[in-house]
Design a protein around this ligand. Structure first.
Ligand SMILES: Nc1ncnc2c1ncn2[C@@H]1O[C@H](COP(=O)(O)OP(=O)(O)OP(=O)(O)O)[C@@H](O)[C@H]1O
Ligand SMILES: [Mg+2]
Length: 297
């Protein structure tokens, strides 16, 4: 359906236009909205999303973490929050789930009948679930909403581009060529939908051998950094391969919270700091542009 037709349909559908109003209201309470994406699966989007959200919350920002990976929701397990902790309000609506006083999250996973259930939804169902995650959840006032996307540039990413016009993207890659090829697709997607890119995170970038202390380039190193230079996109940092990321993720105790003094947690901290710097600069620029436009009126 063309954009124009879908707009017409919305205007003639009071339920959809009421939802749109609620979505706008909810989003106006959230300062920065960040979608974490990648062209390839398994490169560490969920790991980066969770540690970014925790890192921001440790700096006293109010943070929301929304798992928009409908088919493979990983956030609850990686955060160690069980289904029973999902709040049900008296009016029947749910969530969000509190990980800490200033970090809330929501995912489709706690809503499934059991943890092995497969979600078999086509595009429109996923779109309406993501819309509902925005308008029906009590996010309140947030500094950051981090959204963990599935791989690629499908329905979930397009929904975010459509309903959150001021969302930014963080693109995660591993350093090797094939992953970098897919990153270009994510970047082209962002260009097409007009979503500004905060920067690139290079995950699984080298590994420090626990025995000899020397660096081993498991998936090569530096590819993401070179790509960001070539494309003029900020480079947000490199996260090394660290077996503790797997064990802490599986145990529901993310590395930023579990080993805050480790080299890997420090690498995540740099990413967090860079995200704060870039988003604040972007917000400042936007404000200046709005003021200039007002003066010109
Ligand atoms: N830097 C790292 N060092 C070691 N293991 C890692 C690292 N980053 C991620 N992993 C592990 O790799 C696996 C995939 O990571 P993750 O789930 O974050 O990727 P993803 O991009 O979200 O995957 P999907 O595309 O399936 O959503 C997980 O088991 C995670 O613990
Ligand atoms: Mg994931």
């Amino acid at each position: 359906m063309s954009q124009e037709n879908s707009e017409k349909k919305k205007q003639s559908n009071p339920v959809l236009s009421e939802q749109d109003k609620k979505i706008k209201e909810k989003l106006s309470q959230i300062e920065h909205k960040i979608m974490v994406m990648s062209g390839k699966g398994g490169v560490g989007k969920s790991t980066v999303s969770i540690n970014l959200a925790i890192g921001l919350s440790l700096q006293n920002f109010y943070v929301g973490l929304l798992d928009i990976d409908i088919h493979g929701p990983n956030v609850p397990k990686m955060l160690g929050v069980e289904k029973g902790e999902l709040q049900r309000r008296p009016d029947g609506t749910v969530g969000p789930v509190y990980y800490s006083p200033n970090l809330k999250f929501m995912s489709v996973e706690p809503l499934l009948p059991d943890k092995d259930s497969a979600v078999m939804w086509r595009g429109p169902m996923k779109m309406s679930a993501i819309r509902q995650f925005i308008y029906d959840i009590e996010w309140g006032k947030l500094d950051y909403l981090v959204m963990d996307a599935p791989p690629g540039t499908g329905d979930e990413q397009m929904t975010i581009a459509q309903i959150i016009p001021d969302a930014y993207a963080v693109v995660v890659t591993t350093p090797q060529e094939v992953a970098l090829l897919d990153v270009r697709k994510s970047i082209n997607f962002c260009k097409k939908v007009g979503m500004p890119i905060i920067g690139i995170v290079e995950n699984m970038s080298g590994m420090i051998c626990p025995h000899c202390g020397k660096a081993i380039d498991v998936f090569k190193r530096g590819g993401g950094e070179r790509l960001s230079e070539e494309l003029g996109i900020p480079f947000l940092g490199k996260i090394p391969v660290d077996p503790r990321i797997v064990t802490t993720g599986d145990a529901g105790k993310p590395i930023m919270a579990m080993y805050p003094n480790s080299h890997t947690a420090e690498a995540f901290e740099k990413v967090v700091q860079n995200v704060i710097n870039v988003t604040q600069t972007m917000a400042l620029r936007k404000k200046e542009d709005e003021e200039t436009a007002k003066k010109e009126e």
